[in-house]
Design a protein around this ligand. Structure first.
Ligand SMILES: NC(=O)c1ccc[n+]([C@@H]2O[C@H](COP(=O)([O-])OP(=O)(O)OC[C@H]3O[C@@H](n4cnc5c(N)ncnc54)[C@H](OP(=O)(O)O)[C@@H]3O)[C@@H](O)[C@H]2O)c1
Length: 351
């Protein structure tokens, strides 16, 4: 049975009290298979806690022949992502393909088709977040993207909450797990940049082409999304002064250690107290070994948020990887379900 997509009320109700939520996964790689695993594990709980039956209605991949880790029925797969958009019974699409233009167009068409979208795609968001948010608003649907920055750590929700009740002065932190893993290894005696990169690649923290991470570009994309939530200002990646870790040597780190410091790739943005101008940059910085950032090791992330009244606060946790990222995607799904529950129990619905 197909469900007409309504802007606010999400789900068909096949039986009393149990709602049906049909979702589609565009992408079944590192994050997509993690989402499959988390949803499979949480299905009963969703039913019990939110009276919601989750149905995965389709999965788009590039290569139908590729062997898959997760055991999803072959009938769910398509190599045509647009098939998911054409299916009027699908309420929510999860864009987990990556890339820029194709993914951006997919997200936009899904929103125009009045499907809610959850994405982990910081590249698209860094360039097009305000525009896509407007498209979502115009069509009465949600665009959610907790997984795009700092994996399972709920940094965007924290920024939204602090921005509403306080004034955020600055944000600053370690937002790229791959480079943090490399710098952590390089701080150990006898480990060069090259051997640290090789270990990061072997442990799955670094792509075959590591340029996006080591150049600081990935951190700059995340900073763009973070700054939008901290200051409601869109700073595209090209306006973020960006320096990566390619030129950092083990000798630089040893020298820093002699001065009681270590080196970390820091992404930061701050708002000028008088002009209100926001400046953002990504660069390697020397950090005192007593600072919490110096203790943020391997693939972990940490973000310090400084607010005028609340003072500094730090969020810390696993910034990437299949299950931590999937957990953030599922948290967006829970937000949608809760919003729908609120809508359907609000007094105005009784008319
Ligand atoms: N990995 C992480 O830890 C992490 C963390 C935060 C955010 N993210 C973001 O999450 C997104 C997905 O990352 P990932 O690591 O899961 O990538 P991935 O492992 O490369 O998976 C990408 C998936 O999308 C499919 N795909 C790609 N282009 C497609 C197309 N044109 N049509 C249909 N299917 C297509 C691929 O199909 P095949 O399987 O057939 O190749 C694959 O299943 C990216 O935006 C990434 O930046 C990732």
């Amino acid at each position: 049975m197909t469900t007409e997509i309504r802007p606010h009320s999400l789900f068909a109700r096949p039986q009393k009290h149990i709602r049906r939520l049909r979702i589609a996964l565009a992408g079944f790689g590192v994050v997509g298979t993690g989402v499959w695993q988390v949803l499979t594990a949480k299905r009963q709980e969703f039913r019990r806690q939110f009276s919601t039956e989750i149905e995965i209605a389709g999965i788009a991949v590039r290569d139908l022949e590729k062997p898959r880790d997760a055991e999803a029925p072959a009938t769910l797969f398509t190599d045509r992502p647009e098939q998911l958009l054409e299916d009027g019974s699908i309420d929510v699409v999860l864009e987990l393909m990556g890339g820029r233009y194709e993914a951006a167009s997919f997200i936009e068409r899904a929103l125009e088709g009045r499907k809610h979208v959850i994405t982990a795609n910081k590249l698209v968001l860094a360039h097009e977040l305000p525009r896509l948010a407007t498209v979502a608003e115009r069509h009465g649907v949600e665009l959610l993207y907790s997984a795009s920055v700092c994996g399972s750590v709920p940094v965007l929700a924290a920024l939204d909450e602090l921005r509403e009740r306080d004034n955020i002065r600055s944000i600053r932190g370690i937002v790229n797990g791959s480079t943090n893993f490399i710098l952590t290894r390089m701080a150990e005696p006898g480990t060069s940049y090259e051997s640290a990169c090789a270990e990061a690649r072997a442990r799955g923290f670094l792509e075959a082409d590591p340029t996006l991470d080591v150049s600081g570009a990935d951190a700059a994309q995340k900073l763009s999304v973070l700054a939008y939530h901290a200051f409601r200002e869109h700073i595209p990646p090209m306006d973020i002064i960006t320096e990566g870790i390619e030129r950092i040597t083990a000798e630089d780190i040893a020298l820093a250690r002699e001065h009681g410091e270590t080196i970390k790739l820091i992404a930061g943005a701050s708002k000028h107290p008088e002009t209100g101008a926001v400046e953002a940059r990504v660069r390697p910085e020397r950090i005192p070994v007593s600072h919490l950032f110096a203790h943020t090791r391997d693939e972990f992330n940490a973000l310090e948020i400084a607010a005028v009244h609340a003072g500094p606060q730090v969020l810390y946790g696993k910034g990437a990887g299949s299950l931590p990222t999937a957990s953030a995607v599922v948290s967006d799904l829970v937000s949608l379900i809760k919003a729908d529950n609120d809508f359907n129990t609000s007094p105005s619905r009784n008319f």
